[in-house]
Every structure is written in C-alpha cells, then in structure tokens.
Design a protein around this ligand. Sequence first.
Ligand SMILES: O=c1[nH]c(=O)c2ncn([C@@H]3O[C@H](COP(=O)(O)OP(=O)(O)OP(=O)(O)O)[C@@H](O)[C@H]3O)c2[nH]1
Ligand SMILES: [Mg+2]
Length: 196
Amino acid sequence: MFKAFRKMTQPIILCTGNKNKVKEIIDIFGEDFPYKVENQDIDLPEYQGEPEDIARAKCELAAQHVKGPVLVEDVSLCFNALGGMPGPYIKWFLMKIGPAGLYKMLESYEDKTAYAQCIFAYCSGEKGAKVHIFDGRCNGTIVSPRGPTDFGWDPIFQPEGYTETYAEMNKTSKNAISHRSKAIAAVKEFLLTLKQ
Ligand SMILES: O=c1[nH]c(=O)c2ncn([C@@H]3O[C@H](COP(=O)(O)OP(=O)(O)OP(=O)(O)O)[C@@H](O)[C@H]3O)c2[nH]1
Ligand SMILES: [Mg+2]
C-alpha cells in the first residue's frame, strides 16, 4: 500500500544537463502523463562502450545520487559507413568539429545514411531495483547543414522519407517521428503499466 502510494506521489527525476532534451522530453510525455517529471541538472560521468551500457551505468549513478525514481537518456548518432561511429561519442565530435565538420567526415563515402538512437534508462531507486532500458531509433541521411542551429546535430540529420532536416522541421513534426519520441513511447507504456 505504501509502495503504491509512493509511486503515485513521488516525482520521477529526469537527470540531464541538456535543456533542449528536457524541453522535448516534457513535450513528448504530454500533459496527460500521470507522473510528475522534474529535471535535475546532475553532471553524470559517462563510460565508454556500447550505448545501452553507457545509459545503464548513468542510470545506476543517478539512482545512487537521487535515492528515488530516475530517468536518464543517452543519445548516439551513428554513421553506417563508419560502422556506427561517432555513436555515443557524438557530443565530443560535435563540440570539436561542429555539424559541418561531421558532414565532411562522410565526404569520401558514398553511403551517407545514419541513424539517431535514443536510449532511456529508468530505475525506481529502491534497494536492488533493476534498470529498465528503452531504445528508440530513427533512420536518416547526413546532409550539409540546413536550418536553425540551436540543437546539436539537428541541421545535418534528414530523417528517412522527409525532405527537411530535424532542424528545419517544426518541433511537433520532429517530436512525432524522432528517435526520442520512439524511446519515450516505450517508457510511457512501461510506466503506465506500473501504475495499474
Ligand atoms: O541535434 C540534436 N538532436 C537531438 O535530438 C539530440 N539529442 C541529443 N543531442 C546531442 O547529442 C549529444 C548526445 O550526448 P548525451 O546524450 O550524452 O547528451 P548531453 O551530454 O548533452 O546530456 P546528458 O548526458 O546530461 O543527458 C549531445 O551533444 C546532445 O546535445 C541531440 N542533438
Ligand atoms: Mg552526456
């Protein structure tokens, strides 16, 4: 009884230092989402390795810190011609060479396809609780930068079946098809079954 009550009242802490992520995540959860989600800007170290393992480790650290329900996400941008790189290291590539530099990396390759991957990890924060993983992907092509530059690599990612880059799309259109929205659909389904 106490546990059920706690589940309904305790906010889920979304641990990320990225304000653009927070905005999209809150928009995608929508107003009818029955859990309260609050952001804490905790700078969590990120290990090297496979995206799922990075998200899992980030979530374990977040749960230790918050001692309650936590949600983290880790995003990768994977170039198929490069065997999936930069992948989870995209943040550092973006910081050093920018979107135009990322596009140039593929200059000598015919294959410009890529996928954006968003992995969410959730843990209730209770002693011994397991980390749940949710994976969302969007296929696309890496193009010369087009559109506003306010969010990361959005200007060079053109999702499959569209003529605009993520940056050129309005937010509602991006959020309807993005890697993030696909992962959040799975998170929502899981959290809503917890509530029953
Ligand atoms: O154009 C974009 N559209 C997106 O939809 C998107 N989602 C994330 N990113 C960027 O890709 C890297 C991921 O690294 P990342 O997952 O470790 O994020 P982060 O370190 O900024 O925050 P966090 O780890 O505290 O959550 C960071 O540079 C993010 O800015 C995006 N760029
Ligand atoms: Mg990060």
